[in-house]
Structure formats: C-alpha cells, structure tokens
Design a protein around this ligand. Structure first.
Ligand code: MLT
Length: 250
C-alpha cells in the first residue's frame, strides 16, 4: 500500500486513480466548509468546476423540488447571485440543515471534480482529522494507494493543506510496524505536520492564502478553519455527490 501526496490537484488528471482512495484537503476554505455544512445537517453537496455548471446543477435540482442553495466564492468573496459564500461561519444549521448545496470554489471544488475517477474520494479538514484517519485505517486493504491531494492555490502548492494531510498520514503511521510504502512527498507532509501542529492558527495566518483572506477582511474565518476534531463526520464523494458518513468509533 502506497502513501503518496499530490502537491497540487493539477497532478490528478495525469494519474490512474482507479485503484486509489483520494483524500482532498482545502483548509482555506472549501473542505472546511464541506465538513461544517454536513455536520450542521446539509443533506448533500454537489461540487462544481465552473459557474455555468453550478447554475445548471442548481436549476436541475430546484426544478425537481429539491431544497437547494448555491454557494461559493470568487477571489474569496461570495459570488454574485449565490445564496452563500465560502466562509465556514455561514454554514450554520439554521442556514443549511435539510438543504442540498451546489458548491463552487476556485481550487477545492475543482480538485474534487478532478478526482472523480478515483475509487473513492474522502474530504479532509482539521475538523475531521482523527475521524478520517480512523476510516482510512479500515479501508487500507481495499485499494493500492492513498493519494493525499493538496488543493493549493491556482495550481500551486500550499502549506496549510499539506500540514493537514500530513496529520492524516502521521495518524496512519502510528503505531509503528506498518507496511506502507511512503513517497518523499508524503514524508515531507508528515514532517510539516509535526513542525506546525501546535501552532496551526499562526501557520494559517502566515500562509499565502491566509494573508490574502485577512487582507480582504475575512480573517475571522482562520480560527474556524483550524479547529481540530470537532466532528466525526466523513464527507465521501460518490458519483459526483458528497454525503456524510459517520466515522467508526475510536
Ligand atoms: C478555494 O477553493 O480556492 C478556496 O476555498 C478559496 C476560498 O474560499 O478562500
């Protein structure tokens, strides 16, 4: 079993994902939002890769009578005409309970669409770090690889996703005595996790996208994005739709 890290989701289209579970993180902020929304009662989430597809998906669901919200950002801000933006603080149970969400973001939801050929796609954030790690321990005999994928920033590496993915990999490597094959990228992610795990807020305040969010007045999102293990929900994407699985007990 191989543990690998794709340092940007743009690596995904070139890979055979059919025997892999892809684990995607977009800490600032798409996968944090997805975890928060499902924890607060959203029924399902349809990730999108363009405004056109998002609006078509929304119209289809609305025409079928599904209670649906269209959500997402451009350059960090709520898209014009959308119901919600991409701040985890917006996805309260009042706002999303019982609703299906159509979700479009610059990197995170595009990474999810790009991973759709994988055997399974698991959505990771700090909120469900231990829950996802426990579930992966159970899944490990089912596939040839876990591909931990950084959503990043416009096709480039980013620190905060790598640190969170490194936390999940570190969890898989405990206790020692496993038989995983580990790539250098996966080893580097684990090292970054141990470097930053006790200063997550400082790390996201200093990273590129965290600095940008603070500049545009969205700094209050950062503490919400680094809360660890607030839920046992595991968002799982099958056939392009994300739904919640409850994690196995510790
Ligand atoms: C993304 O997908 O690029 C992000 O979630 C952007 C953001 O909302 O800050």
């Amino acid at each position: 079993m191989l543990l690998d890290v794709a340092l940007t989701w743009k690596e995904l289209p070139g890979r055979d994902l059919s025997q892999s579970i892809v684990v995607i993180a977009d800490i600032l902020r798409a996968t944090t939002v997805i975890t928060a929304a499902l924890s607060n009662g959203a029924v399902a989430i349809y990730p999108q890769d363009s405004d056109e597809n998002a609006r078509a998906c929304y119209n289809r669901l609305a025409a079928a009578g599904v209670p649906v919200l269209i959500c997402g950002e451009k350059e960090g801000f709520k898209r014009p005409g959308y119901d919600l933006g991409n701040s985890p603080l917006e996805f309260t149970s009042n706002a999303v309970s019982g609703k299906t969400l159509v979700h479009l973001t610059t990197n995170g939801t595009r990474a999810l669409v790009a991973a759709s050929a994988a055997r399974r796609v698991v959505i990771l954030s700090f909120h469900n770090l231990s829950a996802v790690t426990r579930a992966l321990q159970i899944d490990k005999n089912e596939v040839q690889a876990f591909l931990f994928t950084v959503s990043g920033k416009e096709g480039r590496f980013c620190l905060e996703d790598t640190v969170c993915l490194g936390g999940a990999i570190a969890g898989l490597l405990e206790p020692p005595g496993h038989d995983y094959e580990i790539t250098d990228a996966a080893r580097a992610a684990v090292d970054l996790y141990y470097l930053y795990k006790d200063q997550l807020l400082n790390m996201v305040q200093q990273c590129e996208h965290g600095r940008y969010l603070q500049q545009i007045g969205l700094g209050d999102d950062l503490p919400a994005c680094v809360q660890v293990d607030t839920t046992a929900i595991i968002p799982l994407m099958l056939n392009g739709v994300i739904q919640a699985l409850a994690s196995p007990e510790p």
